[in-house]
Design a protein around this ligand. Structure first.
Ligand code: 6GU
Length: 235
């Protein structure tokens, strides 16, 4: 999988890419990330990538020409699925991560300031947000997407780690985990986990995952229920 990232802050990515599983994925040849400095594609003495908004108002707007020029240069080497990162985009989730993991090349354009010149949207395939809050730029969202997609690529995680995704845990929060000590300041690990009875343990985990989901994310159960109904209705 190759990611090309278009940004005005190319220095933000190194520590994330040079650590842990992303580093290992790159070493194994499963992940290649190329960073492109948008400023290199900007014209004029100041190489501005933003300008004041037509119609007035606060803040700056990212210009269309540098982004289009940069995308053209990137795609001259390798075409890719182009994503514009903006809080006004479609919300990224695990289902989107799975779809993106099937692509070979993804180009991420990081936004800044008050947003993009709307005409930029005509040059990308999708506009994506990572959630309903506003960040200072699209760099952290780009890293979140690289991370979420890379861990889904075959051979990136160990078998034991990846199996969990395929099990009954879809659309549920994870079940509670425990490790040594068996008792910490009087707090005991649930007895069933020490029983060695794997069927009982699996049933307990499923029930606890359901309880936690009901308590913390009831919306997940509702969307799962809706999906099940749609399946039954054949829609
Ligand atoms: Cl993609 N960009 C910015 N600036 N803020 C966000 C976001 C993206 N997704 C959530 N908040």
């Amino acid at each position: 999988m190759q990611f090309d990232i278009v940004t005005i802050f190319p220095g933000m990515f190194a520590s994330v890419l040079d650590s842990s599983i992303l580093k290992r994925a790159a070493e194994k040849g499963k992940l290649l990330v190329k960073i492109h400095n948008l400023r290199d594609y900007a014209e004029g003495r100041h190489q501005n990538t933003d300008d004041t908004p037509y119609g007035g108002g606060a803040g700056m707007v990212m210009k269309v020409e540098p982004i289009v020029k940069c995308l053209k240069a990137v795609e001259k080497k390798k075409k890719g699925f182009k994503i514009l990162l903006t809080p006004a985009g479609k919300t990224f989730d695990q289902a989107m991560a799975k779809k993106l993991a099937k692509k070979k090349n993804i180009i991420l354009v990081c936004g800044h300031y008050e947003g993009f010149d709307r005409r930029v949207a005509d040059y990308v395939d999708e506009e994506v947000s990572i959630g309903d809050y506003v960040l200072t730029g699209g760099e952290i969202p780009a890293m979140a997407i690289v991370d979420a997609v890379t861990r889904l690529l075959p051979g990136v995680l160990g078998n034991a780690e990846s199996i969990k995704n395929e099990s009954f845990m879809e659309n549920l929060l994870d079940y509670p985990h425990y490790t040594r000590p068996a008792v910490f300041k009087g707090k005991k690990v649930p007895e069933v986990l020490l029983s060695g009875n794997h069927a009982l343990i699996e049933a307990w985990r499923k029930e606890e995952a359901l309880k936690l989901t009901k308590k913390i994310r009831p919306d997940l159960l509702k969307s799962t229920a809706k999906k099940e109904v749609r399946k039954l209705e054949g829609v």
